[in-house]
Design a protein around this ligand. Structure first.
Ligand SMILES: [Zn+2]
Length: 274
């Protein structure tokens, strides 16, 4: 009898409907992670907001609608809510995640404690990049399981608490790949080029809009091979790996943003570590 009772208990614990592939892949509800919220099966795409920002919604397996919500690193474990237009708020639980520390030595002290002129430039560039992250196009992402943008091992993970020359700065907002200068960078999903820049910290940078607030940023490029407004197919060439901006050597820094929140890109390539 025991195994049968156990099986029954397991079945009762499952949700009323089977979780689809996207939910299993992306639902990592921790600070810096992603929450997948079930919206049921209304005929129209529900309009969802989290912390005032529009949220990506897709239809899973051609049936239920789900919201794919980016959770800021600053959120404390506990209950969070999304607003659904014309419906009740929906809650989701955020668990805890420990992020490691990293100490980095930078030779150029200006990149650790910038002077007034550089601070002005950094502020201006930050505003420009924030505006890009806040864009919300109506297109559907071509794929939510992303391809790796470069061939190369993962190096620095998302969320590391970083100390530059002993001073704590912003946590690591993306995922690094170790790759040689000149390694081609490919679009992990189809996207439109919505911003190109040569920034103080990020160096030569490309923003790709995959749709509905799902946006990639590629930094420290040696060469940008796309133009503003270009439509890049999945796997299309974006540029080449380099070490421009604040970088200790050639690598690709890749950010993924959802609802203007930078989340762990490892989730989207199936390499998330809890
Ligand atoms: Zn990085």
């Amino acid at each position: 009898m025991r195994p049968l009772i156990f099986l029954l208990a397991v079945c009762l614990a499952l949700p009323a409907h089977a979780e689809g592939f996207i939910t299993r892949l992306l639902n990592k509800p921790v600070p810096g992670g992603v929450a997948v919220v079930d919206l049921g099966n209304p005929t129209q795409a529900p309009k969802v907001r989290y912390q005032g920002k529009p949220v990506l919604t897709v239809r899973e397996d051609g049936q239920r609608w789900i919201a794919i919500v980016g959770i800021p690193l600053s959120v404390k474990p506990g209950t969070q809510q999304v607003e659904v237009e014309g419906a009740q708020r929906l809650g989701f639980q955020v668990g805890a995640k420990h992020y490691a520390e990293q100490r980095i030595t930078i030779k150029n002290q200006q990149q650790v404690t910038p002077n007034a002129e550089n601070l002005k430039r950094i502020e201006r560039e930050l505003a420009e990049q924030t505006r890009a992250y806040q864009q919300f196009s109506t297109r559907q992402p071509s794929n939510l399981l992303f391809d790796r943008p470069v061939n190369g091992p993962l190096s620095s993970p998302f969320g590391l608490r970083r100390f530059f020359n002993g001073e704590e700065r912003n946590p690591h907002s993306g995922l690094d790949f170790a790759a040689n200068r000149g390694t081609p960078i490919k679009a992990p999903a189809a996207g439109k080029v919505i911003l190109i820049g040569d920034y103080f910290f990020n160096g030569k940078t490309v923003f790709l809009d995959h749709g509905q607030g799902l946006i990639s940023m590629f930094c420290h490029l040696s060469e940008i091979d796309v133009k503003l407004g270009d439509e890049i197919p999945r796997g299309g060439h974006v540029g080449k790996v380099g070490a421009t901006g604040r970088a200790t050597g050639p690598h690709l820094h890749w950010n993924v943003s959802l609802n203007d929140v930078r989340v762990d890109p490892a989730i989207f390539i199936g390499a998330f570590k809890p």
